[in-house]
Design a protein around this ligand. Structure first.
Ligand code: ADP
Ligand code: MG
Length: 279
């Protein structure tokens, strides 16, 4: 494929949507893989105790593996936990183990509980890892783990499934983002919305697509990820769809989406932010 531009400064994107099954993990690992195919170095931080992103990237995440949990506790550095994925030497992953499931509660009593991840994402650590992008895969909740991810990033990428109730709960996510921006992280903004699991045979998918585009405008990537069995099969082989079936529509659409992010998804000032309207 064609090259993708390196960002002039390192970009940190949090992939968030408190709904489960909308394509957060799938989008995180496949966008990361697409970016890293082009010589850009990417770090995926798995922030879901399920460890699905770690699995898809072929990264060990048994209990006892150095993981994002120890990083957030301040016991080890980010670089100590980052390992190369099976996908590419330019695609690194900080895995999540099931230990992270307790963190949501353990963090409550900790100092700077919302900033534990941000504090680990130091310039030194990221320079040591030499990464251009950091993609953080969130769990399906708006709890402290997701808040940590929102505090640690400048950009939010929201995957939206082209399905019934796609916009349900989005207002809540957007108002949480607003809260984090006003209290904890002024640079936070929704930079990217990605429509996932599009099924062209249904009229509904088109309705959802146009509704989302109407509401969010140019923040929505032109590329839409199709529903594809290859995409869902790939993690079973500890692979991204780009490795599993590079010629598939799913793989190619993630490459297109990654290129849009690399070319166009460059920081938009928060002034252009669209706000929730209670949907
Ligand atoms: P989340 O991380 O938001 O919970 P996932 O990325 O795990 O969502 O996706 C939920 C399920 O849908 C997974 O089984 C995944 O393999 C499947 N899936 C995701 N994207 C696609 C797609 N484009 N086509 C088909 N299946 C998909
Ligand atoms: Mg997930």
């Amino acid at each position: 494929g064609h090259g993708m531009p390196r960002p002039s400064t390192r970009r940190v994107l949090t992939v968030a949507n408190q709904k489960g099954g909308v394509g957060k993990t799938t989008s995180t690992v496949n966008l990361a893989a697409a970016l890293s195919m082009h010589g850009i170095r990417v770090l995926v931080i798995d922030l879901d105790p399920q460890g699905n992103a770690s699995t898809a990237l072929g990264v060990e995440h048994r209990t006892g593996t150095p993981s994002v949990y120890e990083v957030m506790l301040g016991e080890i550095s980010l670089a100590d936990a980052a390992v190369a994925s099976s996908a590419s030497p330019d695609l690194l992953c900080v895995p999540a183990t099931i230990d992270l499931a307790g963190a949501e509660i353990e963090l409550v009593s900790m100092v700077a509980r919302e900033r534990r991840l941000a504090q680990a994402l130091t310039d030194e650590a990221l320079a040591e890892l030499d990464v251009d992008y950091v993609l953080i895969d969130c769990p399906p909740s708006l709890g402290l783990l997701t808040v940590n991810a929102l505090v640690a990033a400048a950009e939010v990428l929201i995957p939206i499934q082209c399905e019934y109730y796609a916009l349900e709960g989005l207002g809540q996510l957007l108002s949480n983002i607003d809260l984090v921006r006003s209290h904890l992280n002024t640079s936070l903004h929704v930079s990217t919305i990605l429509l996932t699991m599009y099924d062209g045979r249904t009229k509904l998918a088109d309705q959802v697509t146009s509704e989302v585009r109407q509401h969010f405008g140019p923040t929505v990537l032109r590329t839409v990820i199709p529903r594809s069995v290859k995409v869902s099969e790939a993690p079973g082989f500890s692979q991204t769809v780009l490795a599993y079936d590079p010629g598939s529509r799913g793989a190619m659409s993630y490459v297109d989406a990654a290129r849009e992010i690399a070319e166009f998804g460059v920081e938009q000032p928060p002034a252009q932010q669209q706000t929730a309207n209670g949907s």
